[in-house]
Design a protein around this ligand. Structure first.
Ligand code: UDP
Ligand code: MG
Length: 140
């Protein structure tokens, strides 16, 4: 059964280009409630651990370097059917394939620098949220 939370990051390229406000506006206007949020920066070790599932993929090393290259915004979002609805809102991994009106279509620069992260399952949403936030930092 679908749960009501997902996890997102506004990635270093989007932060650098001052897209935080525009992306958060789209998230709020799509009906997501922000229940946890922080402005932070991943160390190489943290980025390696976060993306561990991709460690055999050819882009892993570059992805870790990129995700630790500058500050990010991390957040837990709440909405009915959150994981699936948020994947719809962000669009395809490669912005060239992303649907019109999606966050990646509007804000992403490339398949790597694709503006935002969105969890791919309820299980991973929980793992990723717990990676960044203590229970006392979540306000439902
Ligand atoms: N990525 C990349 N090259 C690729 C595929 C993915 O650099 O060919 C990066 C991109 O930043 C992506 C992240 O790795 O968001 C995780 O990949 P995944 O397949 O999980 O895509 P997502 O779930 O973010 O759409
Ligand atoms: Mg993914």
């Amino acid at each position: 059964m679908a749960t009501n939370r997902t996890f997102t990051m506004i990635k270093p390229d989007a932060v650098e280009k001052n897209y935080i406000g525009g992306i958060l506006k789209m998230i709020n206007e799509d009906g997501f409630k922000i229940v946890a949020m922080k402005y932070t920066k991943l160390s190489k070790e943290q980025a390696s651990a976060f993306y561990e599932v991709h460690k055999e993929r050819p882009f892993y090393g570059e992805l870790v370097d990129y995700m630790s290259s500058g500050p990010i915004v991390a957040a837990i979002l709440e909405k009915e059917n959150a994981v699936e609805d948020f994947r719809k809102l962000i669009g395809s991994t490669n912005p060239a394939d992303a649907a019109e009106g999606t966050i990646r279509k509007i804000y992403a620069a490339s398949i790597q620098a694709n503006a935002v992260h969105g969890s791919d399952s309820d299980e991973n949403a929980k793992i990723e949220g717990d990676f960044h936030f203590k229970a006392t930092e979540i306000f439902a």
